[in-house]
Design a protein around this ligand. Structure first.
Ligand SMILES: Nc1ncnc2c1ncn2[C@@H]1O[C@H](COP(=O)(O)OP(=O)(O)OP(=O)(O)O)[C@@H](O)[C@H]1O
Length: 308
């Protein structure tokens, strides 16, 4: 299994009458970190399970490097399930070696790899402890090691950051970036949108089983909304209210955040600002992923949004 892109192509899934996924499509390029976000019950776990093959799609296809994923190629996927999946009574090192061997590694390679990830994830002092005796954060580090120990070519993680303290978040982020840098497509779900915004190359937003937006964070946030940030130290509050189609959203000292209706003239805003004295900042306002997410999940009806 060589380096390649991961493709989820029009995957649909029903549970009885409930449509969990409706023609979900996205791609993750080699070396790319893809953040998969959506409200509770939107379909993230279902998509990931189908990706891994523990759940069959009703229709659609998952491909890696252009070829449908088979039983054999699935062994090259590193997976971190939402419900976690470690053997509580097994010791950390023992467990990682066992999992690596299960994926076809030789005993020597399995040992080397397990020790390497134990050290990298700060678990050295815990390597002889039973998993059930570890803190939840450390159990999660072991879970990450379990997803990585067999040197996977694709990495799929279901909410890997939930419940982690800030230091553990940094370790997890670093490892995911590092893994992606080796050419592996990495896809993970998260409700921590600030983290997704910081970390991911591209993001997909799923709502009620349909992808409503996907693209780079820059693409998604640039097109959304029509705001301006203007800093004019000499301006009195409300200075922009006379400009047609312009609404003041926020006033922070000399800085005003404005929302412009479609067709409103940003140059008229600049002229109004300059009329008050010097203007030290005049920029388009980039919306955060959190704001974009709120709009995307609130919109009705669900529609294919910005495409990849
Ligand atoms: N085994 C199942 N039987 C019936 N319905 C299911 C089953 N598994 C999931 N669902 C339903 O399918 C939909 C998608 O669920 P899924 O777990 O994929 O969402 P999610 O985005 O991962 O949510 P969360 O963020 O809460 O983990 C939900 O409405 C859920 O209730």
């Amino acid at each position: 299994m060589s380096e390649g892109k991961l493709e989820i192509d029009k995957v649909s899934k029903r549970y009885g009458a409930k449509v969990a996924l409706d023609e979900v499509s996205f791609e993750v390029q080699p070396g790319e970190l893809f953040g998969f976000v959506g409200s509770n019950g939107a379909g993230k776990t279902t998509t990931m399970r189908i990706l891994l093959g523990v759940l069959a799609a009703d229709s659609g296809q998952v491909r890696f490097g252009g070829a449908p994923i088979t039983h054999e190629t699935r062994t090259h996927i590193g997976y971190m399930p939402e419900e976690r999946g470690l053997y509580p009574k097994m010791k950390v090192l023992e467990q990682l070696v066992y999992l690596a061997e299960l994926h076809g590694m030789s005993a020597n390679d399995a040992h080397r790899s397990a020790e390497n990830w134990i050290a990298r994830l700060g678990l050295t002092e815990r390597r002889k402890d039973e998993v059930q005796k570890l803190s939840l954060g450390n159990q999660q580090r072991v879970q990450l090691a379990a997803a990585l120990v067999h040197d996977p070519k694709v990495l799929v993680l279901d909410e890997p950051f939930s419940g982690l303290d800030p230091l553990a978040v940094d370790v997890m982020s670093g490892v995911l970036r590092e893994k992606a840098a080796t050419g592996v497509p990495v896809v993970f779900s998260s409700h921590q949108l600030d983290l997704v915004e910081r970390l991911c190359d591209r993001v997909g937003i799923i709502r009620s089983g349909r992808m409503v937006a996907s693209g780079t964070v820059g693409e998604l946030t640039a097109g959304a909304g029509n705001g301006l940030v203007v800093t004019a130290p000499g301006a009195a509050p409300g200075w922009a209210s006379a400009v047609p189609g312009v609404r003041t959203i926020e006033q922070n000292g000399p800085t005003t955040i404005l929302e412009l209706e479609t067709g409103a003239d940003d140059q008229a805003v600049l002229a109004a600002a300059l009329a008050t004295g010097p203007v030290t900042e005049f920029t388009k306002r980039r919306r955060s992923l959190t704001e974009l997410f709120r709009d995307a999940v609130a919109e009705k009806p669900a529609a294919q949004g910005v495409s990849a």
